[in-house]
Design a protein around this ligand. Structure first.
Ligand code: ADP
Ligand code: ZN
Ligand code: ZN
Length: 732
């Protein structure tokens, strides 16, 4: 026993990773008699505040005088320590993105509420054998309601029995009822893998079998490459069933979580219960429940936005990335990571399969499949047997609409005949608001955001001019702020609201609906409106890219793309790919069930390769040409890209600093550095932005190069910031 005493007296120290931007873990003293291990979640003092961190696998610095060390102030003993695989994943992501590991940990510990056990709520229960002195009708109803012996909340009981709470209080006083603690959240029902199986088609079955077989192999990646409506979802539901059968949890990552009511219902139809949701719109309380449920294993399936990848699953055994090509999986701020790519990493570390699904796979995933790194399952036909929509271009140079209108006659005729037949039409324009630019007809003044190099977008319903980059908003003025003329302001170009106005003028009797992410009433309203469209309650829908993603609108026959050229103008090496994907997805909404779908692409460049590939429905032609071009120029996935975005409050100073950074770039024969160039969005929120771009062959350790480079570069001062973006997806 002497030995135990000795050990208790020994002061121990531990490394704790804290959720701030520092390169490594800090050393803390462990309270006497307490025990921590790698992964233990703790609260520690950090400067003037206390933060939540985790004990990390780093040898603590024993050289520091223990008296100078601060002590861990709290150990969350109720919470399971983060397991070794999750810790390894965090370190891996930090290493890959060059982000401080504490900032990656922060994404795991995002729900502080989750660490506190939920306080039970008070309930009442019948005490056996006790009867009230007088049995009034109200009292009798209460006792009848409670016959099954379960506990009730007071309000629930008063509702169910149709009595006032005072009746219940009276029974409590008499000792007929007693107060008990009830868990705040009832236990979750588990998905039932046999709830409603679907008869898969031959090709779907082959894919499902192939993915099922992958579970035997440990880590693997499968790409379900199938046209819109081919049943990709049904196929990966089988993968989820397999994971559940093996006693594992499953995660489905989707790009636009707020809009998946339809998806949740579909999951329920297959598995009998709703999956847990994880995204920014859910309440902190619900978030905490999901976090705890995932960690304890109570939650078996999560559907979430990209950040769900950092949940502390007890026994994760499958990740599905739906619409894997979507750039919403890329986070651009703080820790710039790609949830799709990091999902593959998480599967690799924990040795489970990852399934990617898309009708328009990313060029990266296509190449990985072609080169044999990923399994590929092709679903060439729609499950309903419906044909893919018939697409045609509207050459706006020859057959465009009159001035001030945006819908060309051929498209207009098609809408007219769809409407006459009681079919739905969708007009797609990836621009929110009424008009992207407002100017003064008299003096030419243009309304620009005071904080960003961007035009203010008119939102006519709200009577406001909004900046879509920083949230700046001002009311539309009566007079021009520059020349004071009144009635001189004109809207230039269309947004969805303006298209809706044109449609209302042309089809006054049609039910039109605008679907855009800034819809008033938030995600709930949006969900409801999606459902309206799904059920045929709208005739003409005008939408932004929201409507392009995965929705099944059975009555949608026609899709008109108002401006097919919109995405092609950027200095973005991925512009062609993104445009192809977006337009293929949005036109894929047409005729999913009926098979008589049609699509119109309004364009000034009908001969552009992207437009031509779309028109001929020749996906392979597009991918082959794009892959060849990437190969020739050494762009991803054949080369590697990293962007350095340098920003600061003063323009000249920021530019000078960017040049100073460039000068310290180590010479490397295989690495090309471009820039510094002013960013396409030269100013955001008052910060001026410059970009450097590093291009390297695939086999080069680009992160290592940049790490060495920045360790030699002058440190940012005076509000300067350097943001590193490995494998950038957005080039603004
Ligand atoms: P995708 O995910 O490829 O767009 P979905 O899985 O949404 O395709 O399938 C499109 C539609 O076809 C859905 O309504 C789905 O229920 C239906 N479907 C898919 N596969 C089958 C099948 N084997 N049997 C019956 N209906 C199916
Ligand atoms: Zn003016
Ligand atoms: Zn702005």
């Amino acid at each position: 026993m002497l030995f135990d005493d000795l050990e208790d007296d020994t002061e121990t120290i531990a490394s704790v990773l804290v959720p701030v931007a520092v390169p490594t873990a800090y050393t803390y003293r462990v309270p006497k008699g307490a025990h921590v291990c790698p992964g233990t979640i703790v609260k520690v003092p950090l400067g003037p505040r206390e933060v939540i961190g985790a004990v990390w696998d780093v040898t603590p610095d024993a050289g520091i005088n223990p008296k100078k060390l601060k002590e861990i102030s709290r150990i969350f003993e109720e919470t399971r320590p983060l397991d070794a695989e999750l810790r390894q994943f965090i370190d891996w992501v930090a290493n890959w993105t060059l982000a401080p590991p504490g900032m990656v940990l922060r994404m795991v510990l995002r729900s502080e509420e989750a660490l506190e056990p939920e306080t039970p709520i008070a309930g009442v229960r019948r005490l056996a054998g006790m009867e009230p002195d007088r049995k009034t009708p109200a009292r009798a109803r209460v006792l009848e309601t409670m016959e099954d012996g379960f506990a009730w909340t007071k309000s629930g009981l008063s509702h169910a029995a149709g009595v006032s709470v005072s009746v219940i209080d009276g029974l409590l006083k008499q000792g007929v009822l007693e107060v008990v603690e009830m868990p705040a959240a009832p236990p979750l029902p588990k998905p039932d893998i046999d709830y409603a199986r679907v008869d898969l088609t031959e090709t779907q079955k082959k894919a499902a079998d192939g993915i099922r077989a992958a579970f035997e192999k440990g880590a693997s990646v499968s790409l379900i490459d199938g046209v819109t409506g081919s049943g990709k979802t049904e196929v990966y539901f089988e993968a989820i069933a397999e994971a559940l059968k093996r006693g594992k949890q499953a995660l489905i990552l989707v790009p636009e979580i707020a809009l998946t009511e339809q998806f949740l219902r579909r999951f329920e139809q297959r598995f009998g219960v709703y999956p847990a949701e994880w995204h920014s719109e859910i309440t902190p309380k619900k978030r905490a429940r999901v976090w705890r449920g995932v960690a304890s294993g109570d939650v078996r399936v999560v559907i979430g936005a990209r950040s769900a990848l950092f949940l502390p699953f007890l026994e994760l055994g499958l990740i599905v990335v739906d619409e894997e090509h979507d750039t919403a999986f890329k986070q651009d701020d703080r820790v710039p990571y790609s949830a799709r790519d990091m999902a593959v990493v998480r599967g690799h570390i924990s040795k489970f399969p990852v399934v990617l699904a898309s009708a328009t796979p990313s060029v990266e995933s296509r190449v990985n499949a072609e080169q044999g790194r990923y399994n590929r399952f092709i679903l060439p036909d729609r499950a309903s047997g419906a044909a893919l929509p018939d697409l045609q271009a509207v050459d706006m140079r020859a057959e465009g609409p009159e001035r001030g209108r945006w819908i060309a006659p051929p498209l207009l005729n098609a809408i007219r005949s769809a409407f006459a037949d009681g079919a739905q039409s969708l007009l797609f324009l990836n621009r929110r608001g009424y008009a992207p630019l407002t100017l003064c007809r008299k003096c030419g003044h243009r309304f620009q955001c005071p904080h960003c190099s961007a035009w203010l977008v008119e939102h006519r319903f709200q009577k406001r001019l909004n900046c879509h980059h920083c949230g700046h908003s001002e009311s539309v003025p009566e007079a021009c702020p520059s020349c004071s003329s009144t009635d001189s302001l004109v809207a230039c170009g269309p947004g969805v609201e303006r298209i809706a106005e044109e449609v209302s003028g042309l089809f006054p009797e049609a039910r039109t609906l605008v679907l855009s992410s800034d819809i008033q009433g938030g995600p709930d309203r949006l969900r409801r409106e999606m459902k309206v469209v799904e059920e045929g309650g709208a005739d003409i829908v005008i939408g932004t890219q929201l409507v392009a993603k995965g929705h099944n609108f059975p009555k949608m026959r026609l899709v008109g793309v108002i401006d097919a050229d919109l995405g092609l103008a950027h200095g973005d090496p991925r512009a062609a790919e993104k445009t192809f994907q977006l337009l293929a997805q949005v036109t894929g909404r047409a005729g999913r069930v009926t098979g008589d779908g049609a699509g119109f692409l309004q364009t000034y460049a009908p001969d552009h390769p992207v437009i031509k590939a779309l028109l001929s429905s020749d996906r392979d032609a597009f991918y082959n040409a794009e892959i060849e071009a990437r190969q020739a120029t050494g762009l991803p996935p054949f080369g590697r890209l990293a962007a350095l975005v340098i920003s600061g409050p003063d323009k000249a100073f920021t530019e000078g600093y960017s040049r100073a950074i460039l000068r310290t770039a180590p010479m490397h024969e295989a690495i090309t550095i471009l820039g510094p160039a002013e960013a396409a969005l030269a100013m955001v929120r008052g910060r001026h932005r410059y970009r450097l771009l590093a291009l390297a062959p695939r086999q080069i350790d680009l992160q290592g190069y940049i790490r060495a480079w920045l360790s030699e570069a002058p440190k940012p001062v005076k509000g300067l910031r350097v943001q590193i973006d490995i494998d950038p997806q957005h080039f603004m």
